[in-house]
Design a protein around this ligand. Structure first.
Ligand code: UDP
Length: 329
């Protein structure tokens, strides 16, 4: 298949491109490199630098490349920033989807796999989360992703554009070759912050609250290896190619780790002390978020194999050691 990967210079998008190419597909990347990185662009892919909201640019890419399907990662993705600047999220994410769907419709591209999020569910006490639960996003980020899902649903009904929406839980790890990995500016995610502390780039990691109703008082999340996550995208492409109906799937490993447990695993993997201090809670953090991934396993035949936390943190650690300044190095 020839696949357009929007956001292919980002953390998850660059891993999707690597896997598509490894499996013999062709990849065309669109990225405006505002949060993505030029060195993350795979040399064996076709790359167009530009913004999704630029309809003439997108039209040109579709006309030239004649792709079979789209995997859509390009989006703003910081929960806190979205609360402060919701219009950035509705503009970049929702309007970006509008232009993308219009262009797909015009060029008769009928398959899209979409990078969605567990933030569509909102704060909930349900463990594990299944796809049939109510959605009630707590942030403009989660809301924008839910709106994008709904846009695809209506475009399926009207124009026959089939979609698979994949709701991610916490993604970590990196390609074992150590050449691509996670590099966000600013970094807000737990695993890279722990590993930057292991490298001595931060004095300590702040644990955001230890008074949650969990065994050790810190928040529990469901961490999944980025390559297991990407495997599900390839299965979703196959599923749509075989005539599968539009649908939504959770992607997680269905096992929970607390913040303290994550720091302990990282101490073991890195052999470093990793100083940690307990600080206040971060607004909007639910105590426990764990996915049920039964549906993805059953319908897509997904079988995550990198579920050992030592491997997830170990692969991320290889990247952080290789590129101590991320893509700047
Ligand atoms: N976290 C933390 N300190 C940090 C960053 C994150 O204690 O410096 C906690 C955060 O409160 C959450 C978990 O680690 O419980 C995972 O956070 P992350 O931002 O990586 O992902 P999220 O669950 O927010 O999508």
């Amino acid at each position: 298949m020839k696949v357009l990967v929007t956001g292919g210079a980002g953390y998850i998008g660059s891993h999707a491109v690597a896997t598509l190419l490894e499996k013999g597909h062709e990849a065309v990347i669109i990225d405006n490199v505002l949060t993505g990185h030029l060195p993350a662009v795979n040399q064996d892919a076709v790359f167009y630098e530009g913004d999704l909201r630029d309809a003439a640019f997108l039209d040109d890419v579709f006309a030239k490349e004649k792709v079979d399907a789209v995997v859509h990662f390009a989006a703003s993705s910081l929960v806190g920033e979205s609360v402060e600047d919701p219009l950035k999220y509705f503009g970049n994410n929702v309007y970006g989807m509008q232009v993308l769907l219009e262009t797909m419709r015009k060029h008769d591209v009928k398959k899209i796999v979409f990078s969605s999020t567990a933030a569509t569910y909102g704060d909930t006490n349900v463990v594990p989360l299944t796809e049939d639960l109510d959605t009630n996003p707590e942030s403009p980020y989660g809301e924008s992703k839910l709106m994008m899902e709904k846009m695809m649903k209506w475009c399926d009904g009207a124009y026959g554009i089939k979609f698979v929406s994949l709701r991610y839980f916490n993604v970590g790890g990196a390609h074992p070759d150590g050449r691509i990995g996670e590099d966000h500016r600013p970094e807000t995610h737990l695993i890279p912050i722990i590993l930057q502390t292991a490298l001595g780039q931060r004095e300590h990691i702040s644990i955001f609250g230890d008074d949650y109703p969990t065994e050790d008082g810190t928040c529990i999340r469901d961490y999944i290896h980025v390559l297991d996550l990407i495997d599900a995208h390839l299965l979703a492409l196959e599923y749509l190619d075989n005539g599968g109906q539009s649908d939504i799937f959770n992607l997680g490993s269905s096992q929970g780790f607390s913040v303290k447990e994550m720091i302990d695993v990282a101490r073991h993997v890195t052999g470093k002390e990793i100083p940690a201090k307990v600080g206040p809670r971060r607004a909007g953090d639910p105590a426990v978020l764990i996915a049920s991934s039964a549906k993805a396993k059953e319908v897509l035949g997904w079988n995550p194999t990198r579920t050992d936390m030592t491997d997830i943190i170990g692969d991320a650690w290889r990247w952080h050691q290789n590129r101590t300044n991320g893509y700047d190095a």
